[in-house]
Ligand binder design. Structure first.
Ligand code: NAD
Length: 670
């Protein structure tokens, strides 16, 4: 009880009235990489001046020196001294000192994103992806939490890249928080612009669910990867064939890539996943995410041949370079059904991708001491990598790019990955071939919820409610989406036994607009009857509508509009006046600063009639906005889905595309 009191008082006080003692950096923390030293002397002065805005004059002398040192040591000013003394984690919603329940729900979600069990670099307020920030510094966190504790039902907190601009009067139906992260004037959106303006303390990289308080740990990525692997197998196997004993070869056992072997096991295949970093491979093995570790090629070949022959379901981590595996499997005539790659090629020159034939340690030395030599070796490896994949695909392997910029970097390195037209790649991305047409175009995407009571039994109950709603909907679903419905029912029925809950009591479940709305309505009813406590709804930004990203979420848009960002902007504005509890819009996330605009929402269900009205209005728009745009881009599945929705929803009237015969165009003289 005493600690709860202390925690509540600390939140309410915001920036303390007495200067706290300077804190030593915890030695066991997983610290963020030192950021680029990019500011001029004048700009460094400006960065310190900016940071001191949060504090009274009497502290400036002392804090100025400390912040200048942080800038020197870390490339950023995190204000470690102001990190609160209480443990950051998602508590029960009733533990938060708040005047309105919606604000308490947001506090819970903020704290979850900063929980050391969930966050990648919690001391630097980074949730995932190396740079996905919740706030830029601890002063912003303290102020935001204080505002949330004071907020009433008719006020809105505006957060500018973590900075709480303040509480503004609004209305009970308005969002309680509006979040923007990294929004720039378009010409200032190069990677070094992020380095500079983030160091100045005026912007941040919110990734996707980091800066929107909606991260739920690895569960989200496991579900998405499972759906991708399962559907990829469906593309390549004949009817009645199962993935058992069939090989899925890929690379990477890091943050997101580490989900691949687990997903492979759920999809019932043999996963071989190469990882050059022995520590990363061992960690995933200890966590139970991969079944076996092998560190030499002859043993790998023997083991894989046995797994194929015995039709096993097993995941094997190979400690070594992925290129060696592709090449050796070719020589040993091992047939790969599915191939992909999740090395971090969005970051190829600083350790995202390791060259073949040199040790991991030597590579790291080259990165530091001879970056040009390292770059040459990476590019030579990428060419070999592409050649080996091409040999396998000539034998029938299905290869897809996993949104990690493999094809992009391989093409830049001169690898043989371009299609005959010289514009497209030879191989599809996972969104072009799998998630786009099979899921997003029908409205299926990563819907999620958090039980705000913090009780595991509430999560069990919501799992059961969601499963029964989906089963009911499936009975009347058209043929086109029966498979998706069944996959999602299987996932939710097995979700608990996959033991993926870390931090808050959260669940992810791919669902379409109807599924999301009916599940949410059933939750709201259960809250109203006292069966469960309040529930926060949300989704990953990697979804049907929230994200414009030409090489990922919207890569299967072929009318030229994939380089526009109107959909994401309409989504966030549309959600905000239809009842979202908070909304967010970000530049960057997943594929890089300047490469994507992505948004999301959070919505508190409290069992009230107002919550029911909001969920129906907002979830309908949140999904169908993207389906409408995908349909206008002539995507067949989206056209089917939006017509179905219009038949169900008389007030929805979407402009439909007329298709033109190819002959008419082919006969034009242009
Ligand atoms: N999982 C998804 O759904 C998804 C979706 C979109 C994009 N991605 C992309 O996948 C990539 C990986 O993400 P992450 O969070 O796992 O990154 P990460 O950096 O944590 O992990 C990548 C791993 O690849 C290993 N690696 C690098 N080069 C290698 C090589 N030549 N052979 C074997 N192993 C090698 C690294 O040691 C590292 O552990 C990113 O580019 C991400 O944007 C993933």
């Amino acid at each position: 009880m005493k600690t709860t009191m202390k925690f509540q008082e600390e939140i309410k006080q915001g920036i303390p009235s007495v200067l706290p003692e300077a804190k030593a950096y915890p030695i066991d923390a997983n610290r963020a990489p030192k950021r680029k030293d990019i500011l001029s002397v004048d700009e460094k002065q400006l960065a310190v001046r900016n940071a001191l805005r949060y504090f009274p004059k009497e502290w400036h002398q002392e804090l100025a020196a400390e912040f200048a040192q942080e800038l020197k040591d870390f490339g950023r000013i995190y204000m470690y001294r102001f990190k609160p003394s209480y443990h950051l984690k998602a508590r029960s919603i009733s533990d938060y000192p708040a005047k309105c329940e919606q604000a308490a729900a947001i506090m819970l979600m903020v704290e979850n994103n900063l929980d050391p069990a969930v966050a990648q670099h919690p001391e630097e307020l980074i949730t995932y992806g190396g740079n996905g920030a919740v706030f830029q510094n601890w002063a912003q966190y303290l102020l935001a939490m204080k505002y949330l504790s004071e907020m009433e039902d008719d006020q809105t907190l505006h957060l500018y890249s973590g900075h709480p601009m303040g509480l503004f009067p609004s209305s009970t139906d308005a969002p309680r928080v509006v979040v923007t992260n990294g929004m720039m004037i378009p010409n200032y959106s190069q990677p070094d612009d992020w380095e500079k303006f983030n160091a100045l303390g005026v912007t941040q990289y919110g990734q996707m669910t980091a800066g929107s308080f909606m991260y739920i740990g690895p569960q989200g990525i496991v579900h998405g990867t499972t759906i991708t692997v399962m559907n990829a197998f469906r593309k390549v196997l004949s009817k009645g064939e199962t993935p058992k004993g069939k090989i899925f070869l890929t690379a990477g056992l890091g943050g997101m890539s580490g989900a691949q072997p687990k997903a492979g096991n759920i999809a019932n295949c043999v996963t071989v996943c190469a990882e050059v970093n022995e520590n990363a491979a061992t960690k995933r093995h200890q966590q139970g995410w991969v079944d076996e570790l092998i560190d030499n090629m002859p043993a790998l070949i023997e083991r894989v041949k046995a797994a194929q022959a015995n039709e096993e379901v097993v995941s094997i981590a190979f400690i070594g370079n992925i290129v060696d595996v592709w090449e050796s499997f070719y020589e040993n005539e091992i047939f790969i059904h599915l191939g992909s790659d999740q090395t971090s090629l969005h970051n190829p020159w600083s350790g995202g991708y390791y060259p073949v034939e040199i040790s991991y340690e030597e590579s790291n030395r080259l990165i530091r001491e001879e970056p040009e030599v390292f770059k040459e070796k990476v590019q030579a490896t990428l060419k070999r990598h592409a050649d080996a994949i091409n040999k396998h695909t000539a034998r029938g392997t299905y290869f897809f790019d996993y949104g990690n910029a493999f094809l992009l970097e391989a093409s830049r390195a001169g690898g043989d990955v371009m299609a005959e037209n010289g514009i497209d790649f030879k191989y599809p991305s996972y969104v072009q071939d799998i998630l786009g047409p099979m899921c997003f175009d029908y409205g299926f995407g990563p819907f999620r919820w958090v039980c705000a009571s913090g009780k595991p039994e509430d999560l069990d109950r919501t799992d059961a409610i969601a499963a029964s709603v989906l089963k009911k909907i499936m009975q009347e679903s058209p043929e086109e989406i029966q498979q998706q419905m069944q996959d999602n029912i299987t996932w939710i029925e097995d979700a608990k036994q996959n033991k993926l809950v870390v931090g808050s009591q959260a669940r992810i479940l791919y669902a379409d607009a109807q599924g999301r709305m009916e599940i949410a309505k059933a939750f709201n009813d259960a809250i109203n009857s006292g069966e469960i406590g309040p529930v926060v709804l949300g989704r990953d930004h990697h979804d049907v509508s929230g994200t414009d990203s030409p090489f990922r979420e919207t890569s299967n848009i072929y009318d030229g509009s994939r380089f526009t960002a109107d959909m994401a902007i309409h989504n966030v504005i549309g959600d905000s006046f239809r009842g979202a509890t908070w909304v967010s819009i970000h530049n960057g996330g997943g594929v890089g600063w300047g490469e994507v605009v992505n948004g999301g929402f959070g919505m508190l269900l409290d069992g009230s009639a107002a919550a029911e009205r909001r969920l129906k209005s907002m979830l309908l728009f949140d999904v169908n906005n993207g389906i409408a745009r995908r349909s206008w881009a002539r995507n067949e599945e989206a056209n089917f889905a939006i017509k179905r929705e219009m038949a169900r929803t008389p007030k929805l009237k979407v402009t439909l595309a007329n298709l033109v015969e190819d002959d008419i165009l082919n006969n034009l003289s242009l």
